[in-house]
Write a protein of this length. Structure first.
Lengths: 310, 332
């Protein structure tokens, strides 16, 4: 197990390095520079600026300098907002984005699994059809459409919840709902189909023959096995929630990382682009790693270490 | 002898898109205390459905017990409320299924799976339940049970898993054990071991066993009485001796003739030609008529009455009817 984790950690670092390298060179291949503005800048000023940000050096040297700063967890200053460092931005934006992401993930997982389970247990009943209709709608409606619909109906027409910003728990409801419907629908459908499959397994019949109650059969014997495929998609779902936050943060004017990310690309703010990308990638890689570990815990047949003998 | 289970006129149907499959059509038999009763017949004749219906374990829908009764200790299991039935399942009547590879939950340790059955029915602590589980694993011949309790099903071989399934079924000292093809998925040497285990357990615990199988070799080894099923009906029943030495139904004879024997040439193996009738619309007459070498006109028209040949031996066949001309069917 320890050997496996160490191996995975090394692989994760390599992945991260590849991402840094790719992003760095892609970013610099995009035409334009942070100092391209409508009003022409004084040539000496521009030269000095480029010198200050090491933009006058060959690309490969810049790349080396950047790697050095990443290793020390210093993502450098922002070019466009000279009073702020990228670390400041991450420190301010990430807690908000993290909150939105985690709450969304929890809502999606809990409601998705519940919905899928109920649908499976009431297979071909009215509840099943209702749940699956909701699920199909949830999958088909993109989150930004969902967000605008929710704002229009709940916030504007009914006036129950605030339209935007991120102040109190009340403000969290709409963005979370908008972001969670898609993943929830996916989880619900997956849980339903895998639950239905598990319920026909022989070991469920064995459990029934033992005289266990339906509640015990479902929660102890069926659910755990039914959740294995759900855990598998959890990694990629987390990724989609993470990227979904960009759009949702923009719509609801939430001061998360998404704002910095989108702005930085428009403004060619190189250090910010790099910083946010690396940071997001690191989180994503970490999540996928956790999913694999969880998988090994849920299913004893999956061995995370080397095969013994057979 | 004391009857522990009385099954009378049991009818079970399955609703499918193609129509209603009448899988079991009026099955009547008793199980006596301490006996091993074998139910034999080819695939699809209703053996397993009968067995699962006793404990109402057929998937429902689509399956449904349409009529008949299963009497156990004065209770009709076909009409019992589900919570009461759960108290009987696993405690008074246990079941062993065909495939030990899939009958155990892959994500729980076998200890947990055995202990939960005990805790479900007995007012014992976890420690006491564990002790019972250990004794039971020891009884079914699992070496090093204390260590093995912590293992998962995939860490056992097929034969070992079937022993665990048997241990699981026996932990509450049931009065009836229903074994649905318990040796079919195992290789021959393991089969013999498991059958010996059945006999041994029967002697030690006095449990009554219903053994479902299509393997007449298995029947010859362990059964006291034999029930032969065909197309959802019992066509012949009797003691092992009577069924093996004086089979009267042409189907029973066909089954016996199709068993390979060491003292016969390979060419003398006679399979029963044809296949069982479609149970969507079972024939009005004898269902075996199309495959029977001795079929008469009457066989096509009406189902024969039950003819008692001795106290235990009875057969549903026009050839044995009092009104039929006495004849002897050739048996090799």
């Amino acid at each position: 197990m320890t050997a496996y984790i160490i191996k995975r950690l090394i692989a994760m670092l390599v992945t991260l390095w590849l991402i840094i390298t790719l992003t760095f060179f892609l970013m610099h291949s995009v035409p334009g520079s942070p100092f391209n503005e409508e009003r022409a800048t004084n040539e000496t000023v521009q030269k000095n600026l480029e010198k200050f940000y090491h933009l006058d050096k060959p690309l490969i040297v810049q790349y080396g300098l950047y790697l050095k700063s990443v290793v020390t967890f210093d993502f450098g200053p922002s070019i466009k907002k000279s009073s702020q460092t990228v670390n400041d931005m991450l420190g301010r934006g990430f807690p908000v984005s993290f909150e939105l992401g985690i709450v969304t993930l929890l809502v999606a997982v809990i409601s998705g699994i519940t919905l899928g389970m109920i649908a499976a247990l009431r297979h071909n009943g009215i509840i099943d059809y209702a749940a699956m209709t909701i699920a199909v709608l949830g999958i088909s409606i993109p989150n930004f459409v969902m967000a605008t619909l929710l704002i229009q109906q709940v916030a504007v027409n009914w006036g129950i919840l605030p339209v935007a910003t991120w102040v109190s728990p009340k403000h969290m409801i709409l963005p979370t709902l908008a972001l969670a419907t898609g993943p929830m629908a996916i989880i619900a459908r997956l849980t339903r189909s895998s639950m239905l499959e598990v319920l026909t397994q022989d070991y469920i019949r064995t459990a029934k023959a033992k005289g266990l109650s339906p509640v015990k059969i479902v929660f102890k014997h069926a659910l755990r096995n039914a959740l294995l495929p759900v855990v598998t998609v959890l990694g990629s779902l987390a990724a989609s929630i993470l990227t979904g936050t960009f759009v949702i943060e923009k719509i609801f004017a939430i001061p998360g990382m998404g704002k910095y990310f989108v702005e930085s690309i428009n403004q060619r703010d190189y250090p910010v682009i790099m910083g946010t990308t690396v940071f997001y990638s690191a989180i994503l890689i970490m999540l996928l790693f956790l999913v694999d570990i969880a998988y090994g815990i849920l299913d004893p047949r999956i061995k995370l270490h080397k095969k013994e003998g057979s | 002898m004391e009857k522990v289970l009385e099954i009378s006129d049991l009818h079970v149907s399955f609703k499918t898109y193609g129509g209603e499959v009448k899988a079991v059509r009026g099955v009547t038999f008793d199980l006596y205390k301490g006996e091993i009763l074998a139910i034999v017949g080819e695939s699809g004749c209703g053996k397993s459905v009968t067995a699962q219906s006793i404990m109402r374990l057929i998937p429902s829908p689509p399956g449904r017990i349409t009529s008949g009764s299963v009497l156990f200790k004065g209770m009709d299991l076909t009409r019992l409320k589900e919570p009461k039935l759960r108290k009987i399942r696993g405690a008074d009547i246990s079941m062993i299924f065909q495939d030990p590879m899939t009958a155990l939950n892959p994500t729980l340790t076998i200890g947990e799976q055995i202990i939960e059955g005990i805790m479900q029915h007995k007012p014992v602590t976890r420690q006491q339940a564990k002790k019972t589980a250990l004794d039971m694993l020891d009884l079914v011949g699992i070496p090093n049970p204390l260590e093995r309790l912590k293992h998962f099903p995939h860490q056992f071989s097929g034969g070992m898993r079937q022993r665990i399934v048997i241990a699981m079924a026996l932990v509450c000292q049931p009065e009836v054990l229903i074994a649905d093809e318990p040796t079919t998925a195992l290789d021959v040497t393991i089969q013999a071991q498991i059958l010996d285990l059945f006999k041994e357990i029967q002697k030690k615990t006095g449990v009554s066993i219903i053994l479902i199988t299509h393997d007449l070799g298995v029947v010859a080894q362990v059964a006291n009485r034999v029930v032969v099923m065909y197309a959802g009906k019992i066509v012949e029943a009797g003691s092992r001796r009577e069924i093996f030495y004086r089979p009267q139904h042409p189907y029973t004879k066909g089954l016996l003739n199709s068993v390979p024997r060491l003292d016969l040439e390979e060419s003398e193996l006679v399979p029963i030609a044809g296949s069982p009738p479609d149970l969507f619309s079972p024939p009005a007459g004898c269902p075996f008529v199309a495959r029977c070498a001795y079929a008469m006109e009457v066989c096509d028209r009406a189902y024969p009455d039950k003819t008692h040949l001795s106290k235990e031996h009875h057969v549903d066949c026009w050839l044995q009817d009092e009104r039929a001309i006495k004849m002897r069917v050739h048996v090799r």
